[in-house]
Write a protein that binds this ligand. Structure first.
Ligand SMILES: [Zn+2]
Length: 273
């Protein structure tokens, strides 16, 4: 009991020593001027400046939920329709093969083209138009858009729109951001320019250089009415899309056997191209 009393008295002495300590004095061991200053400062009511001025960006899922009419992953599930979409075209290796299969099967698809590739192969884009396919904007340089300044982002979009319009005669409604990435600020700008962002809800993962069998399984296992299917019609350097070309007739035939109609994105969404 005596020992406890002595200990309590000692603790009180230490504490009163703390409160009496002034910043111009040498701080007691283990206490720095900084920690003392912080402890005496009233906290900011709504949290640190940095947290409020730079809120953590919303996730893609949050953005899709918030901008339902501008940012789409699929069409209505009420009709047995799906859209085949192909990214990164045109090249002069795989894109013509994809176009050959689509022509042979009598299917029209939607191509999200890269502006600088449109400049390199305008005749292949002209072929897409002649064969009834729809074009969407996939940026000028295949940039990761959220990393760009406003001016650079807008330039990627506008320049590619102009290239598409010069060949197709229309300014595309649809845009698909490379890697599916887009910021909230960019969504708002696109919405104010009457653009519709179209990602996908079925990913073939064909860019991994998968076999036809793997690609067919990836697509057919996930597909349902209203699906927007992501494939590629051109690759990066060294990417092999042979599996995509080979799987395509099988995917088309299986969907048709299941009474599924293959339509373009504007048809699926009932929007102008
Ligand atoms: Zn892409």
């Amino acid at each position: 009991m005596k020992a406890i009393l002595i200990l309590s008295l000692f603790a009180l002495m230490v504490c009163s020593n703390c409160t009496q300590y002034k910043t111009n004095q040498v701080p007691p061991k283990g206490i720095t001027n900084n920690t003392l200053k912080t402890s005496r400062t009233t906290d900011l009511h709504d949290g640190p400046e940095g947290a409020v001025r730079n809120p953590h960006p919303l996730s893609l899922a949050d953005l899709r939920a918030k901008y339902k009419s501008t940012f789409l992953l699929s069409g209505p599930s009420s009709k047995r329709e799906v859209a085949l979409t192909f990214d990164d075209a045109p090249d002069d290796r795989f894109t013509p093969q994809i176009l050959d299969v689509l022509k042979q099967e009598g299917v029209r698809a939607t191509f999200f083209v890269v502006g600088n590739r449109v400049e390199a192969h305008p005749e292949i884009v002209q072929r897409m138009i002649n064969e009834g396919h729809v074009l969407g904007n996939h940026s000028y340089s295949h940039a990761n858009l959220p990393k760009l300044s406003d001016a650079d982002f807008q330039n990627e979009v506008v320049k590619t729109d102009q290239l598409i319009q010069s060949i197709s005669g229309y300014k595309p409604t649809f845009i698909r951001p490379p890697y599916g990435n887009i910021s909230e600020r960019q969504i708002q700008w696109l919405a104010s320019h009457h653009k519709v962002i179209v990602n996908w809800n079925v990913d073939s993962l064909d860019w991994k250089g998968l076999s036809a069998e793997q690609i067919r399984t990836n697509v057919l296992a996930q597909v349902r009415p209203g699906s927007i299917i992501l494939q590629h019609a051109a690759g990066g350097v060294g990417e092999d899309l042979t599996g995509t070309v080979q799987a395509l007739p099988e995917i088309i035939n299986q969907l048709r056997n299941d009474n599924v109609k293959l339509v373009t994105v504007p048809e699926l969404l009932s929007l102008p191209k």
